[in-house]
Design a protein around this ligand. Structure first.
Ligand SMILES: *Cc1c(COP(=O)(O)O)cnc(C)c1O
Length: 460
């Protein structure tokens, strides 16, 4: 039996209807280098989605490998209650210096970071004698992970519906995503409407509301929905006015993905100062996509609400692998990489700007494609909405792209690219050409389907 078949027998794959693998077995990857994956048949596949949005500098990135290897010779893992270690101290200091928010609390994945931020927010209000502030607000199309608490603020029906009875649903407010604008309503007016909806909700419900959680600038799972930074400035002001915490879920958009180190840093006031959330959730790119690690950063005010002689006023949450030293060293190597400049004096963010400009030019044919009805770009994220009604579009595109040597997973009928920051010009060209070629092939297949045929096998 080959790897794919053995995997089908033994492994329950995430976000997958396993029956689909009867016909389309998982690809077995046996090597990975830079943005390239190599399967057990020797095929090379360009990882254009950064292995689910986590990988920043390609696979097998020497500085991260060296940091982990060095740490393995010192301390592999220790518990973080009652003990500490140099990598977790140094990482926490550096994240605080970069964000202005300190008191880093660690877990191992994004959903756990969401859980921690929600629990911390509500518990901090309770410690201040305001236990009734225990409700949360999320945005339409928001995604914050899939544990029960995270699902309560996630508005993706496909992921939430089956578990709705298990979840204490939060309020869902209109997204500033201009694709939701009513016909004839401009994007700026739509943003204003979304702000008004938040203002009205808070005016009525602030006394019961602990926090608003959102993805700054880009709602990934909603199809890389992008919205104006002005919305975040209004969020900051309204949350201050009504004493509600703002949780910025930077799990996907952090670490340069939107062009700045953190996405919320693009939300600036007239004086040039950027707004600051009360909580920042980080994961995915935090370790360059090499080891699982997440962090929640927060304000002195929240931290002080727990600082007390009474044990029960402490934040007693824990995970066994909290602050894993190997993962912290990987994260430190990532921060070092962002801090470095090359021989021409360019850092990662400025090299990314040049690479993004080049890729943007290379994808002009896709923007002009007759079946592309909308397109978006910010930093190192590109998205194209395809004019197609076929529910199997995403699954068909994913399979056809693999055959063409590209790892791509459209969301519904939105095709998107979220590449590692290390694509060469040749890689970019391969990707840009492949995107159009695969699109034409898939649309031709779909257009040839007999009308009103039932979907073959629905796949997310
Ligand atoms: C991926 C993601 C999460 C969940 O992270 P996991 O590590 O998959 O649990 C939460 N929020 C956002 C915005 C994400 O993109």
């Amino acid at each position: 039996m080959n790897w794919a078949e053995r995997s089908r027998q033994a492994v329950w794959h995430p976000c997958t209807q396993m029956k689909v693998h009867e016909h389309f077995p998982p690809r077995a990857i046996v090597a990975a280098d830079g943005p390239w994956l190599i399967d057990d048949q020797g095929h090379r596949i360009l990882d254009a989605v950064s292995s689910w949005w986590v990988n920043l500098f390609g696979h097998n990135f020497a500085p991260i490998k060296a940091a982990i290897t060095d740490q393995l010779g010192k301390v592999d893992h220790i518990m973080l209650a009652g003990l500490t270690h140099p990598p977790v101290v140094e990482l926490s200091e550096r994240l605080a210096a970069l964000t202005g928010l300190g008191h880093a609390f660690y877990a191992s994945d994004g959903a756990s970071a969401t859980e921690i931020a929600l629990k911390m927010s509500a518990h901090s209000w309770r410690n201040r004698g305001r236990a009734e502030k225990n409700q949360f607000i999320g945005l339409q199309g928001g995604y914050h992970g899939e544990t029960a608490g995270a699902l309560s603020v996630t508005d993706i029906p496909l992921f939430r519906e089956a578990y709705a009875p298990l979840v204490r649903l939060s309020a869902t407010l209109p997204s500033p995503d201009p694709r939701h604008a009513a016909p004839g309503v401009s994007a700026p007016t739509h943003t204003r409407h979304a702000i008004e909806a938040l203002a009205n909700y808070l005016a009525a419900h602030h006394a019961q509301t602990a926090a608003l959680i959102l993805e700054p600038l880009v709602q990934g799972a909603a199809g890389m929905a992008m919205y104006a930074p002005e919305y975040l400035v209004a969020v900051r002001d309204l949350c201050d006015q009504y004493e509600v915490h703002w949780i910025a879920d930077e799990i996907a958009v952090g670490f340069g993905r939107t062009g700045t180190l953190f996405a919320h840093q693009q939300a600036r006031r007239a004086d040039g100062e950027h707004v600051k959330p009360d909580f920042i959730c980080l994961s995915k790119g935090l370790t360059g996509g090499v080891l699982p690690l997440s962090a929640v950063l927060t304000t002195d005010a929240v931290y002080q609400a727990f600082y007390d002689d009474r044990t029960v006023h402490g934040f007693l949450h824990s995970h066994s692998y909290t602050g894993n030293p190997l993962a912290c060293r990987a994260a430190l190597a990532v921060l070092d990489t962002f801090a470095e400049q090359d021989a021409q004096g360019r850092d990662v963010l400025s090299r990314n700007r040049e690479a993004a400009e080049r890729f943007h030019a290379l994808t002009a044919p896709l923007r002009a494609h007759p079946r592309v009805k909308g397109h978006r770009h910010l930093g190192m994220i590109w998205a194209w909405d395809i004019d197609c009604q076929e529910p199997t579009f995403a699954a068909r595109y994913h399979r056809a792209a693999l055959d063409a040597g590209l790892l791509l997973r459209p969301i519904g009928t939105t095709l998107y690219v979220m590449p590692p920051y290390v694509l060469t010009e040749a890689d970019q060209t391969h990707l840009a050409h492949g995107l159009v070629r695969v699109l034409d092939r898939v649309l031709a297949d779909i257009d040839a389907l007999p009308q009103a045929q039932a979907p073959v096998v629905p796949v997310p």
